[in-house]
Design a protein around this ligand. Structure first.
Ligand SMILES: Nc1ncnc2c1ncn2[C@@H]1O[C@H](COP(=O)(O)OP(=O)(O)OP(=O)(O)O)[C@@H](O)[C@H]1O
Ligand SMILES: Nc1nc2c(ncn2[C@@H]2O[C@H](COP(=O)(O)O)[C@@H](O)[C@H]2O)c(=O)[nH]1
Length: 403
């Protein structure tokens, strides 16, 4: 992939098709990035009708404009944009945005995007929000039916309501008495779910105890967009698929103290027929084997005494003691002045804060170190390291060309 855009928007505007194509869409700010034959034009409008950033691709080989499938939540439009091409994604720095909304990524060739392109047979891009540090890894919880996954997750969500969000799965099974559509599951007809699977809607899906279950990309995005850490309650097959996907998560397998106790819990729960209970118990044997030996899971927890197991779970998630208080605070944003320019040096993005007052002040350069980026759509791009320095710091003299 090249480093600098070969085309600027004015050049594109002179290309055949631009006038009749999508040029008119970007009346406000816009930026272009060229990768091989494709020029990604990212822009926003200056009116109420275009509240979000849009993406169009100009194919320089064919002269055609392509409207890609855009996954992820579109960032809000803004007063100005800078784009920097990283390996598989474009970093966007927005002007006139709030601290939590000024850095985002448009993924153009991440594993997630490549998979989606294959499934959908069309151009795909995906937005992901950039967050500082290593926080917010989603949590995948698996274990045989009746082991207590749901119980433990409810305890976690009750104690840390602003920190965790539940990924609401789709299923073809019928709702139980108290279960609500859209809260516990998205209860879906099999034919519809099969179509949605074909359309690439799901991050993972599996046939479990005779029904289809799946985590939609949107289910994870809804939680992530709310600024919460996503919890997935899925079976071992699903966990294996997520492990192979681009979602970087912590994988926890919950074991029962014994198969007898598992049976007792399933029977006492009283939500399944005898036939279903027997099926779930038969499947539990294989699930236990895979949970313990497949290498999918980072941690194994025994749910014998519920309170003790919950304490262990919190410890795994770094929620014990003082750490819990730190984790509960919202992730730090980046306070960017509207007047700034952006350039790149190796793995560092240098944002020069351009007002005369700031130029005189010390610490007028904000550095985004992007050398340790992790994750991405359908979650956050984590690992941004952000710090401020002044213009004359060692090694950064002369980094002052606006992007
Ligand atoms: N440590 C425990 N000791 C005794 N009972 C428990 C314990 N943990 C959970 N239970 C009970 O076991 C039953 C099954 O728990 P739960 O519904 O949370 O299981 P699950 O793993 O989510 O099952 P499924 O995969 O079928 O959704 C519930 O009635 C719950 O109250
Ligand atoms: N692969 C997936 N498995 C899922 C998902 N949602 C739930 N599950 C698992 O199904 C069984 C049965 O659940 P139940 O609610 O019918 O008792 C259980 O092991 C869940 O973990 C999913 O989206 N994908």
């Amino acid at each position: 992939m090249g480093e600098a855009p070969a085309y600027i928007v004015d050049d594109l505007e002179n290309q055949n098709g631009f006038e009749n194509g999508f040029g008119s869409k970007f009346k406000g700010c816009k930026t272009t990035t060229t990768i091989g034959d494709k020029t990604y034009v990212i822009g926003g409008g200056d009116d109420e009708s275009t509240l979000f950033l849009e993406v169009q691709i100009f194919d320089t080989a064919t002269g055609d404009w392509v409207t890609p499938v855009v996954l992820g939540s579109k960032p809000k439009s803004c007063k100005g944009l800078s784009a920097v091409l990283l390996n598989d994604r474009i970093l966007i720095v927005k002007k006139g945005s709030t601290p939590d909304d000024c850095i985002c990524f448009l993924e153009v060739n991440t594993r997630f995007v490549r998979e989606q392109k294959k499934i959908r047979g069309t151009d795909v891009v995906a937005w992901s929000k950039g967050v500082r540090g290593d926080a917010e890894k989603p949590v995948v919880i698996s274990g045989p039916s009746g082991v207590g996954k749901g119980t433990l997750i409810s305890m976690l969500m009750k104690e840390f309501p602003s920190m965790f969000g539940f990924s609401v799965s789709h299923t073809t099974r019928a709702p139980r008495g108290m279960e609500k559509d859209g809260v516990h599951y998205h209860f879906t007809e099999r034919s519809i779910m099969e179509k949605e699977i074909k359309d690439g809607k799901f991050l993972e899906y599996a046939s479990v105890h005779g029904n289809l279950y799946g985590t939609s990309i949107e289910a994870v995005e809804v939680v992530t967009d709310a600024g919460k850490r996503c919890i997935l309650d899925i079976d071992v097959q699903g966990a294996r698929s997520v492990r192979a996907s681009s979602l970087e998560a912590i994988f926890i397998f919950i074991c029962p103290p014994s198969m007898e106790e598992l049976e007792t819990r399933l029977r006492l729960r009283g939500t399944e027929t005898e036939e279903q209970i027997l099926k779930r118990l038969r499947n539990a044997e294989a699930e236990m084997e895979q949970g313990k030996s497949s290498g999918i899971f980072d941690h194994l927890l025994y749910n014998d005494n519920l309170d003790e197991c919950y304490v262990s779970l919190k410890k795994l998630l770094g929620l014990d003691g003082a750490a819990a208080a730190t984790q509960r605070s919202a992730p730090q944003g980046i306070d960017l002045p509207e007047d700034h320019s952006v350039s790149k040096m190796d793995n560092k993005i240098i944002i020069k804060c351009g007002t005369p007052e700031l130029e005189k002040a010390s610490k007028n350069l904000i550095v985004l170190d992007v050398s340790s980026l992790k994750g991405g759509a359908p979650g956050r791009t984590r690992g941004l390291d952000v710090y401020a320095i002044d213009s004359f710091s060692d090694g950064l003299n002369g980094i002052n060309q606006p992007s």
